[in-house]
Ligand binder design. Structure first.
Ligand code: NAP
Length: 267
C-alpha cells in the first residue's frame, strides 16, 4: 500500500472511531511566530483535523509575547478539560526558551511528544514505525541505520527502532565517508533526516531488499526534494513529497485520539 493509500485508510478509521465519542475531541495549536512555513503546517493540521471530525483551534499570539505570558497560557491549557491535546508551533521568538517551554506542556496533552516524560512518541518516528509494520517489514534482529541525530527525528527514531529489537547505528555529520558507505551497504532499513538534497544516491550500494525511508524536505526554487534520489534499486523507498510528511500529520491525529481516550478513562 502506498503511504497516500495507508494515510487515507487510517483517516477513515479515525473518523469512524471519533464519531462514536460522547463529547467533542479538541486540539489547540499555539502559534507565536509570523513564519510562513509554520502557517502552511498549521493550515494542514487544521484541515486534517476537520477531515476526521476533530476540533482544532488556533491561538495566535503576537511575536512580542513574553515567556511568562506563554507559560501562563500553557498552564491554562493543561487545566482545560475540553482540550485533549495541544502543540506549541516552533520556532518561538528570540527571548523564549524553547526547551523550557516544552517541559511545561502536561505529558498527558503533549501530542507532539516533545516533553521528556510525554505519554506520546514524536509524530515522525512513530508514524514511520506504524507504516513499516503495516507493510509487514520485518524489523526484529535486522540492521537499521539512522542518518541524523536531531531531538525530533533522529534520536527518537533510533530509540523506537531499538524497541523493535533492531541493531541500530546512528550516523551524523562527523561520520567518515568510508563508514557511511559501509553502514549503508549493510543496512536492512535506512531512515535519513538531515535536510540535504539527494544525499543518498546512485553512488551508494544497498542491499537489494533494503527499505529506505526519506524524511528530508529540501525546497529548491519552489520544488520539494528528499534526502534520497528517487528510484534507488531497493525493496521500498518512500517518496518526497507524499511520503513521511503525510505519516507525521496522521500521527498527530492518532496521538490526540489516544490523549482523548486516556482522559476519558481516567475521569
Ligand atoms: P536538524 O535538527 O537540522 O538535524 C540535522 C541532522 O543531520 C543533524 O544530526 C546533523 O548532524 C545531520 N547531518 C547534517 N549534515 C549531515 C551530513 N552531511 N552527513 C550526515 N549527517 C548530517 O534536522 P531535523 O529537524 O531532524 O530535520 C531533518 C530533515 O527532515 C529536514 O529536511 C527537515 O525539513 C525534515 N523533516 C521532515 C519531517 C516530515 O514530517 N517529513 C519532520 C521533521 C523534519 P550533527 O548532529 O552532527 O550536526
Amino acid at each position: 500500500m502506498t503511504i497516500k493509500e495507508y494515510v487515507a485508510k487510517r483517516k477513515r478509521e479515525l473518523k469512524e472511531e471519533v464519531s462514536h465519542f460522547s463529547t467533542p475531541i479538541k486540539m489547540v495549536i499555539v502559534q507565536v511566530n509570523d513564519d510562513p512555513a509554520s502557517d502552511t503546517y498549521i493550515r494542514g493540521k487544521i484541515r486534517d483535523s476537520e477531515e476526521v471530525g476533530i476540533q482544532a483551534e488556533l491561538i495566535k499570539l503576537p511575536v512580542t509575547t513574553t515567556q511568562l505570558e506563554l507559560s501562563t497560557l500553557i498552564k491554562r491549557l493543561n487545566q482545560d478539560s475540553s482540550v485533549h491535546g495541544f502543540i506549541i508551533q516552533m520556532p518561538l521568538p528570540k527571548g523564549i526558551d524553547e526547551e523550557y517551554i516544552k517541559t511545561l506542556v502536561s505529558p498527558a496533552k503533549d501530542i507532539d511528544g516533545f516533553h521528556p516524560l510525554s505519554k506520546f512518541s514524536p509524530c515522525t518516528p512513530l508514524g514511520i514505525i506504524n507504516y513499516l509494520k503495516e507493510e509487514n517489514i520485518v524489523l526484529d534482529g535486522r540492521n537499521a541505520v539512522v542518518i541524523g541525530r536531531s531531538n525530533i527525528v533522529g534520536k527518537p527514531m533510533a530509540r523506537l527502532l531499538m524497541k523493535e529489537n533492531m541493531n541500530v547505528t546512528v550516523l551524523h555529520s562527523h561520520t567518515f565517508e568510508d563508514d557511511l558507505q559501509f553502514y549503508v551497504a549493510h543496512a536492512d532499513l535506512i531512515v535519513i533526516a538531515i535536510g540535504h538534497k539527494y544525499f543518498l544516491n546512485h553512488s551508494f550500494s544497498y542491499k537489494k531488499d533494503a527499505v529506505l525511508v526519506d524524511v528530508g524536505i529540501n525546497r529548491v526554487d519552489g520544488v520539494t526534494y528528499g534526502d534520497i534520489e528517487p528510484e534507488q534499486n531497493v525493496r521500498l523507498q518512500t517518496p518526497v513529497p507524499g511520503g513521511v510528511g503525510l505519516l507525521t500529520r496522521l500521527t498527530l491525529l492518532c496521538n490526540l485520539t489516544e490523549a482523548y481516550k486516556n482522559a476519558f478513562f481516567h475521569h
